[in-house]
Design a protein around this ligand. Structure first.
Ligand code: FO1
Length: 324
């Protein structure tokens, strides 16, 4: 790269794309916004976790990003609304309505009612998400990976026999305690990238993969036909979700095991592959990680507070800049 390092991302004007799912991804995005205040960030959100409950469409990863960046998240949990109450949930349970294992709060119900109403009126999920973000103003453009319905289902075998359960049932009710024989994105082959997704990737100056779950969040988004190929043309830097052989939070280890991948920063880098990833941030204890064609940088990865998260995001951006 010729000339002085391009630090526009510090002063603004960069177009950044980030793939995100779940709690770790949303928290990282808060740091990304702080590290690149003037940049235009497009988030491609995972919709494989989406589930229909009580006739309402729930989009956990889109909502986690929207609430976290919009200031409405339950900070300790990392999902659902702050200041939540569960009167509707208790009343549903009083009627014996199932499932009772998924904690939908009263405030959260409003989001799902509006989303379901708009979907029923024929609006695609991308327009519904845009409408919900009108209220929350997350400060990023949040796009679902696809407007087509996809769901992550998990094949398990326990005393109730061998069957496929929705990812949320495996994740929340079973706490991933029953080994997943297979993790399948139902609808993947027919799913098309949502409007704006491929354009955002094409126009991006750089792409960041946050430390989201590499299987059921990042991995799911990469299964939408066309997205991985589009990303391979860009400068992409990822942040390892695994530190010293263990996930920082969540149950990425159970997901990696399910697809026969070791729980390590090296194995996740190889899962993404050097065709996709140009730079890879790992924790100090994983500094031996290497893969031809990938610039590996070791630094603290724990997002222990907002400053640490901002610094982590800044390091990812700086590495991406140096590789452009
Ligand atoms: N996770 C849980 O562990 N228990 C819950 O009861 C739960 C409810 C819930 C409600 C709305 C929502 O948007 C997310 C919720 N989550 C819950 C988290 C969710 O399972 C995960 O955030 C993602 O699907 C995986 O990242």
């Amino acid at each position: 790269m010729s000339g002085p390092p391009d630090t526009r991302w510090k002063t603004g004007g960069m177009r950044i794309v980030s793939l995100a799912g779940g709690i770790g991804g949303a928290r990282f995005l808060r740091g990304l916004k702080a590290a690149a205040p003037g940049s235009e960030i497009t988030v491609i959100g995972n919709t494989g976790d989406d589930i229909t409950l009580f006739g309402l469409r729930v989009c956990p990863d889109l909502d986690t990003v929207m609430y976290t960046l919009g200031g409405g998240i339950n900070e300790e949990q990392g999902w659902g609304r702050d200041g939540e109450t569960f009167t509707v949930k208790e009343e549903l349970a009083a009627y014996g309505m199932e499932p009772q294992w998924f904690g939908l709060g009263d405030r959260d119900f409003a989001t799902h009612i509006i989303r379901t109403q708009m979907l029923a009126a024929g609006y695609p999920l991308s327009q519904v998400t845009e409408a919900l973000c009108d209220r929350w103003r997350p400060g990023v453009r949040l796009l679902p990976m696809s407007d087509d319905r996809t769901e992550t289902h998990v094949v398990v075998a326990d005393d109730a026999g061998r069957r496929a359960v929705h990812f949320q049932e495996w994740w929340v009710r079973l706490r991933a305690s029953v080994p997943a024989e297979q993790i399948v994105l139902v609808g993947a082959a027919e799913a098309r990238p949502a409007p704006g997704v491929l354009d955002a990737i094409r126009d991006a100056d750089l792409v960041i993969l946050p430390p989201s779950n590499p299987v059921v969040s990042i991995g799911t988004i990469l299964q939408v036909p066309g997205i991985r190929a589009a990303l391979e043309d860009k400068t992409v830097v990822g942040v390892s979700p695994i530190i010293g052989g263990a996930p920082v939070r969540g149950m990425a280890d159970a997901c990696l095991t399910a697809i026969g991948v070791e729980t390590s920063a090296q194995a996740v880098l190889e899962l993404y592959g050097s065709a996709l990833v140009d730079g890879w941030l790992v924790a100090e204890e994983d500094k031996g990680v290497a893969l031809d064609g990938v610039a590996v940088e070791a630094r603290p990865l724990l997002m222990s507070d907002s400053a640490a998260t901002r610094d982590l995001a800044a390091a990812a951006l700086a590495l991406a800049q140096s590789l452009r």
